[in-house]
Design a protein around this ligand. Structure first.
Ligand code: SAM
Length: 186
């Protein structure tokens, strides 16, 4: 199963305990969300409501991993849908390899911003493959009142060529960041 999200496997238990409400966006095969659910988090998996086959893959991952309690919903980045409106407050948003198309970046952040209105302390954890050094989230983070912390891969022992015996990241450059609300009062 391919997934560029590395840290959940090693740091989930020690970092976040067992009870977080967690939503994975652009989940696809859903490995980090599945791992979190196995560790006891309340997980909702989501993918584009316009890509039913991707939602079906999320459902299959739940079935294969014996996780009938994990909900799968359609959440298209940048769309305010009934499912987004009804989503309960989240603690963590997992976003594994979703920053691959610059034209989607602002849509992703607007969805995150919406979830920040429900819980200003929500964090988005993202790992992503660096596809172009010219791409940047900086201006959009400023616009949407968010801040971002870069997490060095070596801080969770993931600065290797083959994480967890997979072929990832191989020769790709993979980075991790945590995005949160920038308000000084937090
Ligand atoms: C590169 S894949 C990453 C899949 C998975 N998170 C992983 O790391 O293996 C990008 C995912 O984003 C989803 N996606 C693409 N456009 C989307 C959109 N506009 N709204 C929500 N999800 C989208 C795709 O269906 C796909 O599952």
């Amino acid at each position: 199963m391919e997934c560029t999200f590395g840290p959940v496997r090693w740091s989930w238990l020690s970092t976040y305990g067992f009870t977080e409400d967690l939503c994975q966006i652009g989940a696809g095969v859903s490995l980090p969300g599945i791992m979190a659910a196995k560790c006891g988090a309340e997980v909702i998996l989501s993918d584009s409501s316009e890509l039913p086959h991707c939602l079906e893959i999320c459902r299959q991952s739940c079935e294969m991993n014996d996780l009938p309690q994990v909900r799968v919903i359609g959440l298209t980045w940048g769309h305010v849908s009934q499912d987004l409106l009804a989503l309960p407050s989240q603690d963590i948003i997992l976003a594994s390899d979703v920053f691959f198309e610059p034209e989607d970046f602002e849509d992703i952040l607007t969805t995150v911003y919406f979830l920040m209105q429900k819980n200003p302390e929500v964090q988005l954890w993202s790992t992503y493959q660096v596809r172009s050094a010219d791409w940047s989230l900086e201006a959009l983070l400023y616009k949407w009142d968010m801040k971002c912390v870069h997490i060095p891969l070596e801080s969770f022992d993931a600065d290797k060529e083959d994480i967890a015996e997979s072929a990832l990241p191989g020769r790709h450059t993979v980075e991790m960041l945590v995005i949160s609300f920038a308000k000084d009062s937090l």
